[in-house]
Ligand binder design. Structure first.
Ligand code: TXA
Ligand code: MG
Length: 353
């Protein structure tokens, strides 16, 4: 049985937090809101508890977890060394959606790092997450609280849909604010590289670090991976998804054509686009989901995963999604949609007739 407890997202009730913290300390599993997505937490220093996370998610054990800290002062208890650049980044972006990959400290069990010599750490900004980590008195290892390979959860209902009966407790703090996961930045062993674009934009990191590389997702699931959870075919809805990239007019014209073709073949189609796009598409018989206005990448990121889940729930057979460009949070949105599409990306180069 999985219990679900409501919690005030801004001012978490101390008794609710105390109850959840007791579950963590007892080796149990608690799903909780962070500012990005819901995490599935366990005591990061308890190998058995961490194994429970992998079991509940059906996640392969070669995919390491992020360790969540109450504040940057806890860093030295989980990593072997804190380079100056990590201190600068922490001062600038923590608490917040930035994960740093650093040399691992001796207290962190192999189960957390998948046997590797680095550990990923972050200080989340969500009041519930911070209160929980502080009350538990231990760092909390937490992947996104979804079944492996599925879309990350941005509300408690998504967590329950994937993990009900498999975990002890869900803290329901409403919808998460950022909507895509943290940016994973490797600082070890050499130059700063974004392993996964996320809630902190590349441009923001570059203001502090100069030019930052973005590693392209690997396509093979089996190869030895720098960041195993960054394989293509991750964040997948059930419906077969296609991503359309290119200039807006051309992309929308191509989506229109493809919707018509699918409809003619009797296929139920879902379309994921911006509010402004819908006026140009909605005369065709498909299921439409707006992710928000093209004027706000923040809004689009926030609604992305809920929209993908909702198209699945509507029973569509295919999803046609449009790209939102690479700037700001657009890069993280593109990354998640490319994975949702398992690499099925159409680059539209000209307006179709
Ligand atoms: O926003 C987030 O990051 C959310 C919330 C819950 O904090 N967490 C999250 O965790 O997205 P997860 O496990 O779904 O994704 C963590 C990513 C994976 O791609 C994993 O491979 C990578 O971080 N990662 C973890 N430890 C790593 C390490 N030591 N080196 C390289 N990549 C690592
Ligand atoms: Mg995940």
């Amino acid at each position: 049985m999985t219990r679900c407890l409501k919690v005030n997202p801004e001012h978490p009730e101390p008794d609710v937090i105390a109850e959840a913290a007791a579950v963590i300390r007892g080796g149990g599993l608690v799903a909780f809101p962070t500012e990005t997505v819901y995490g599935l937490g366990a005591n990061a220093l308890d190998a058995q508890a961490v194994v429970g996370i992998f079991r509940a998610k059906e996640r392969p054990s070669n995919d390491p977890l992020i360790v969540h800290l109450a504040d940057a002062a806890q860093l030295s208890s989980v990593v072997a060394e804190v380079p100056d650049v990590a201190r600068d980044l922490a001062a600038e972006f923590w608490p917040g959606p930035l994960t740093l990959v650093l040399p691992r400290g001796p207290q962190i069990p192999d189960e957390v790092t998948a046997g590797g010599d680095t550990v990923a750490v972050r200080v989340p900004a969500h009041p519930v997450a911070r209160a929980l980590i502080a009350a538990a008195g231990v760092p909390i290892a937490a992947p996104s609280a979804n079944r492996f390979g599925r879309v990350s959860p941005t509300c408690a209902d998504h967590v329950m849909a994937d993990l009900s009966g498999r975990i002890d407790l869900v803290l329901d703090g409403g919808r998460t604010q950022v909507g895509v996961e943290s940016t994973v930045l490797s600082l070890w062993p050499d130059i700063p590289t974004i392993l996964r674009p996320g809630g902190i934009a590349r441009e923001s990191l570059e203001r502090l670090l100069g030019s930052v590389d973005v590693r392209q997702p690997s396509s093979a699931e089996g190869e030895t991976l720098i960041s195993p959870g960054t394989t293509i075919k991750h964040y997948a809805p059930r419906a077969k998804t296609t991503l359309y990239r290119g200039e807006r007019e051309a992309v929308l014209a191509r989506i229109r054509r493809d919707v018509s073709d699918y409809v003619a073949k009797g296929v139920t189609v879902g379309v994921l686009a911006a509010e402004e796009d819908l006026a140009l598409l909605m005369d065709l018989p498909a299921v439409y989901r707006s992710v928000g206005s093209i004027t706000s990448m923040e809004q689009i990121a926030q609604q992305l995963f809920a929209s993908l889940r909702s198209l699945d729930a509507a029973g569509v057979m295919v999803i046609l999604a449009r790209d939102f460009g690479p700037s700001g949070l657009g890069l993280a949105i593109r990354d998640r949609l490319t994975r949702a599409a398992a690499g099925d990306v159409i680059v539209v180069t000209e307006t179709s007739d």
